[in-house]
Design a binder for this molecule. Structure first.
Ligand SMILES: Cc1cc2nc3c(=O)[nH]c(=O)nc-3n(C[C@H](O)[C@H](O)[C@H](O)COP(=O)(O)OP(=O)(O)OC[C@H]3O[C@@H](n4cnc5c(N)ncnc54)[C@H](O)[C@@H]3O)c2cc1C
Ligand SMILES: NC(=O)c1ccc[n+]([C@@H]2O[C@H](COP(=O)([O-])OP(=O)(O)OC[C@H]3O[C@@H](n4cnc5c(N)ncnc54)[C@H](O)[C@@H]3O)[C@@H](O)[C@H]2O)c1
Length: 490
């Protein structure tokens, strides 16, 4: 709680009453962006945060995971040195110093999300849990605010599956994995989604033995062929990846944590490890908000909202980020804040789904995608869909750097409308930006050919794949016939 509010509240011995144009509940990626934008536009904003400023992304998500992945990448470079005529070495991993590196990344970014910065923008920050009192009143233990509008941006938390015995062992989630006392000797990972797979490769590269138990297909939202290329790399690096394998029961034994697993043929076996990370999905944080008192409808995915993120049941209320149940990314939460500002403050009619949301999984090789993938496109549009592909094996920069795994796939309609793009390979998350830009601005595949791409860059693969789309047109019968006529004139 900020000191001014604390003093006023304890002086009165009762809740301090305030009025505000906007109350924001949750100071994560979505809430902070909405609070900053609204305060900068002159609104009186009160922001409640019950935990750490910056939410999951800064403290327990994107930032620590990407810092850990960076350390792991450096470790791997030692092992790969031989490819470049250098002497490979086994990296000495000092876990305490790796953790210090992770903490220093958080500490460097922290000031952007701090109470001081937000108070400087004119936001009243209250470090307490908030709940609805009525449809327009929100309260914490010491403050009660009557608000014209209320943003719920309370995020999500790890969903712990109901597996027999899981509650009786000491397991980790994203909230504790970055604070481990020691580097795990053998990390068991339950769940092969982005969290499980990113952490599996990072810990393996840092020296842990790693086993992933995934009940379906790992990275199942990615293009299957591209996911396979990335997952094969993890396997080559020594990650044991058990797909289509369910966990029947978990127990603590003298040897370590034991998971009884069952594969799709019904065969039962066991894996034993020193530590367990549960990464089996996320649940919206709704508890303690007293949503009934606020007349706010919700379901298991989060707050029920209209396409513009406004609550379906209380017009003063908006939901942003993970709690809106429309995807779980920091950049999506930031876009949601923009949708809120456009609709609520500028009265525009922007839908949350009006731009395609890119997704990147930060493994090596990286996987990035935007729009719909081939299988989904074919389900909807049948044989109107075509796919243009190009591989890093034919990209000169990739060859020079000996990082030739993967490639790009552009999924289009016959008229050149780009439905989606998938890239697997080094730097995929940077290359996808160009595709997202073109799609977001209604450009067709022609736009991805109509620029000069610097040589030698990995991004050239996107232009080469787009150019392939034109091959039948440019080098087809019609074009040949036209050139013949023109040549005869000359
Ligand atoms: C390990 C991991 C890695 C990730 N990596 C990436 C990545 O690389 N890229 C990416 O785009 N996304 C990534 N994500 C997802 C990303 O972290 C989330 O999508 C993002 O943080 C969502 O922001 P948010 O504002 O919706 O919620 P959060 O950041 O979770 O913020 C919600 C805040 O609300 C507070 N709160 C909750 N209830 C109350 C209450 N009643 N009163 C007051 N405060 C309350 C919470 O304490 C929290 O601080 C990752 C997630 C994890 C777990
Ligand atoms: N790079 C990024 O942008 C990034 C990184 C990490 C997380 N995130 C976000 O956070 C979200 C949550 O990540 P996540 O990986 O926890 O969830 P997820 O829902 O994406 O994946 C969970 C996986 O666990 C599996 N699973 C569920 N129950 C299981 C069980 N009992 N036994 C075995 N497997 C089981 C599922 O089949 C699924 O593959 C992501 O979807 C993503 O939006 C993003």
């Amino acid at each position: 709680m900020s000191t001014t509010i604390e003093a006023a509240a304890s002086e009165n011995g009762k809740k301090k009453r305030m009025k505000a144009d906007l109350v924001v509940i949750g100071a994560g990626s979505g809430g902070l962006s909405a609070a900053a934008g609204s305060a900068m536009l002159g609104l009186k904003v009160v922001l409640f945060e019950k935990g750490e400023m910056g939410g999951d992304c800064l403290n327990y998500g994107c930032v620590p995971s990407k810092a850990l992945i960076a350390a792991a990448r450096q470790a791997q470079a030692f092992r790969d040195a031989d490819k470049y005529g250098l002497t490979s070495a086994d990296p000495g991993v000092d876990w305490t110093r790796v953790k210090a590196h992770v903490k220093s990344a958080i500490a460097t970014i922290e000031p952007n999300d701090s109470v001081e910065r937000f108070e400087g923008l004119g936001v009243t920050v209250i470090r307490e849990a908030a709940r609805f009192v009525t449809e327009h009143v929100v309260a914490s233990d010491t403050v009660q605010v009557d608000a014209k509008r209320i943003v719920i941006a309370t995020g999500s938390r790890a969903l712990v599956p109901p597996i027999e015995g899981l509650g009786s062992v000491s397991f980790h989630t994203n909230e504790t994995i970055f604070d481990l006392e020691e580097l795990p000797e053998h990390l068991l990972v339950l769940g092969g989604g982005p969290i499980g797979i990113e952490m599996a490769q990072a810990f393996r590269r840092l020296g842990s033995k790693v086993t992933v138990v995934e009940r379906a297909r790992a990275l199942d939202r990615a293009d299957p062929e591209h996911a396979q290329i990335a997952l094969d790399s993890l396997r080559e690096e020594g990650v044991t990846l058990l797909e289509r394998t369910s966990a029947n029961a978990v127990s603590q034994t003298a040897e370590g944590i034991r998971i009884e697993v069952q594969n799709s043929d019904g065969e039962i076996s066991a894996v034993i490890g020193s530590h367990l990370l549960v990464a089996t999905g996320r649940a919206p944080v709704l508890d303690g908000l007293a949503l009934e008192a606020g007349g706010v409808d919700f379901d298991h995915k989060g707050i029920e909202t209209k396409p513009n993120l406004r609550s379906t049941s209380n017009g003063r209320v908006w939901a942003l980020g993970d709690v809106a149940g429309r995807g779980q990314f920091t950049h999506l939460a930031g876009w949601h804040a923009s949708v809120f500002v456009r609709n609520a403050l500028f009265k525009s009619a922007t839908r949350a789904d009006s731009l395609p949301t890119p997704a990147v999984t930060y493994i090596s090789p990286e996987i990035a995608q935007v729009g719909v993938m081939e299988a989904e496109a074919r389900k909807e549009y049948g044989d109107k869909v075509s796919v243009s592909a190009f591989h890093f094996a034919e990209n000169d920069r990739a060859i020079a750097e000996k990082k030739t795994k993967g490639g790009v796939k552009i999924v289009t309609l016959k008229n050149g409308t780009v439905l989606g793009v998938s890239i697997v390979g080094e730097g995929a998350g940077d290359i996808i930006q160009l595709a997202g830009f073109a799609m977001s601005n209604g450009m067709k595949i022609k736009a991805l050919t109509n620029f000069i791409s610097p040589y030698p860059t990995r991004t050239e693969v996107l232009k080469r794949a787009a150019s392939k789309w034109y091959e039948p047109l440019v080098f087809g019968k019609k074009a040949k016939f036209m050139v013949k006529i023109l040549q005869s004139i000359a």
